[in-house]
Design a protein around this ligand. Sequence first.
Ligand code: SAM
Ligand code: DTB
Ligand code: SF4
Length: 357
Amino acid sequence: MAAPHAQATQEENNIRHNWTRNQVLELFNQPFNDLLFDAQVMHRRHFNPNQVQLSTLLSIKTGACPEDCKYCPQSARYDTGLEKEKLLEIDAVIEAAKAAKASGSSRFCMGAAWRSPHDRDIPKVAHMIREVKALGLETCMTLGMLSEQQADDLAAAGLDYYNHNLDTSKEFYGEVITTRTYQDRLNTLANVRNSGMKVCAGGIVGMGEEQKDRAGLLMELANLPHHPESVPINMLVKVAGTPLADEKELDPFEFIRTIAVARLMMPKSYVRLSAGREEMNEQMQALAFMAGANSIFYCDKLLTTPNPKANSDMQLFQRLGIEPEQYQMEKTSAEQEAELHQTLLEAKTDAQFYRAS
Ligand code: SAM
Ligand code: DTB
Ligand code: SF4
């Protein structure tokens, strides 16, 4: 039998950064049952399959965005009837964060409809970060493009995660956004990574892209020098007034396949079943968890559009035997050791399983 450290190295070998698009397409096009089985086995190697992490969103600055993202209700270029709002005052943010914590959320994600923050905004958002952290919540922000200095400043304020999505493949990107480049997005992700914050990066499906674009998005994410710790997979929320309002429905099984392929390519990342749950039935959400999704946006609102009610999510969790993941401020070394032991044990069980089959 292989020594534990050899098994651990084998585990590490699941982490790849050299995917080709054809390899990703091969994953996508397996029979559905084979893909879901492989994704679930991979999921169990790295995570408790019956725990889901809960993040609550708050829009801290709404609408009037100069960018032209065709999916977005907050762009000033489209008439979506959205009421714009200036940067919120700190008390309103604390209030919302307390409510999120009381509902059982472990992370509070603050989003702003900016192309990028002005330097003058940084002290204000840093104050928000400190106050939300003081409530015992993990913090995340999504404020648009960040310079090196801005990323360092947010990290210094204690921000745990920064969300910045690639949105789609390099090739399809120009069909959706023209006011910033793919390279701009990669640069921001590099600044966030170098600042020491955790990276949250994913995209949107159902925008009229093809499967090769969904594969291209996941390839770009997985081929980053480090996998993002959090990978939100959003189903387009079609908002009247945006150019993508009448886009045709993506096959729900193709959405589930996207989650499963993300799980296989980024085994240790949290894959978030993100926007679009209002349009998904419970069976589809259960399939997404089976495919390896282990995080959701929780509470009644995303940034500007509705999300399922907290109590209906809790009822679904109860029926599926899923529990919300608790946020641990600091893990003790004993806990870290126990986790490693568990991982090695599971790797051994998997190996035995494959030898037997
Ligand atoms: N303005 C900043 C930016 O774009 O970098 C941060 C906020 S922006 C609303 C964050 C992300 O929300 C976008 O990158 C996009 O992936 C997602 N998003 C926006 N509108 C959406 C929609 N209608 N459906 C699904 N996802 C959406
Ligand atoms: C992400 O990937 N999805 C969230 C979060 N990151 C910021 C936003 C979804 C927005 C959906 C449309 C809205 O509510 O405005
Ligand atoms: Fe602005 Fe962000 Fe919406 Fe694009 S996604 S229009 S940058 S708020």
